[in-house]
Design a protein around this ligand. Structure first.
Ligand code: 13P
Length: 254
């Protein structure tokens, strides 16, 4: 598939996988995907598996991401993990503002803006998640919700930092439900996101930013979703937990 931007396909393992299971999964992914050069491949294990996964993917084409991080650089923040700690394990990406964290940890756009800046300060690339709930979609509020999340969540970034930021459009109603956005629905919102980035930053920045789609991505729908002009990759939940399904998503996207 000939794309304007290099595809980035990331697996968000969420709260799954022991260290042993994580190693099985990445060994399998190395076997299946070791020769793929056309796509940036990222795995985001739970914190407890990051050290071992980091060693296992050394000298491979698989990159490491974290699922969250603190906005602080260190100090008295019980239970939190700082960007600098992730850097020790060669983590390159960090998912910020996932809808599950917005919902269960009460993360706000203002907090996500602080975290995105802290990530860049440590040379981690944030994957900033945006997306509407079913109620918001049905009320015709999709664009207003996504526009607000972008405006506030990216408010502190410079143009140079924005170019090194990935956006993940994850409609909340499509996460873990088996109900993916149609390629047309995804493309419509992705194009809107790119227009919003052009207004907030500039055209050149907007053209370079990669926008992933997330929400029930499977081997069977990956090709059509990735075929949309403004869909530059995927953030995969459930289907990233199995060697076969995640590697087929990557292969089907090339
Ligand atoms: P599913 O692929 O399980 O729908 O999850 C999507 C997601 O939340 C990725 O961050």
């Amino acid at each position: 598939m000939d794309k304007e931007r290099k595809l980035i396909i990331a697996g968000n393992w969420k709260m799954n996988k022991t260290v042993a299971e994580a190693l099985d999964l990445v060994q399998g992914l190395k076997r299946e995907l070791g020769s793929v050069k056309e796509v940036d491949i990222v795995v985001c294990p739970p914190f407890t598996a990051i050290a071992e996964v980091s060693k296992a993917i050394l000298d491979s084409n698989i990159r490491l991401g974290a699922q969250s991080m603190s906005e602080h650089i260190g100090g008295a923040y019980t239970g939190e993990i700082a960007a600098g700690m992730l850097k020790e394990f060669s983590v390159r990406y960090v998912i910020l503002g996932h809808s599950e964290r917005r919902q269960y940890q009460g993360e706000s756009d203002a907090l996500i803006a602080k975290k995105a800046l802290a990530a860049h300060a440590a040379s981690l690339k944030p994957i900033v998640c945006v997306g509407e709930t079913l109620n918001e979609r049905e009320a015709g509020e999709t664009e207003a919700v996504v526009a607000r999340q972008l405006q506030l969540g990216l408010a502190r970034l410079s143009k140079a930092q924005m170019e090194e930021t990935v956006i993940a459009y994850e409609p909340v109603w499509a996460i873990g439900t088996g109900r993916n956005a149609t390629p047309e629905q995804a493309q419509t919102v992705h194009a809107f996101i790119r227009r919003s980035l052009a207004a907030q930053f500039n055209d050149a920045v907007a053209k370079r930013v990669r926008i992933q789609y997330g929400g029930s991505v499977k081997p069977a729908n990956a090709r059509e979703l990735m075929g949309q002009p403004d869909v530059d990759g995927a953030l995969v939940g459930g289907a990233s937990l199995e060697i076969r399904s995640f590697s087929d998503i990557v292969k089907n996207s090339i």
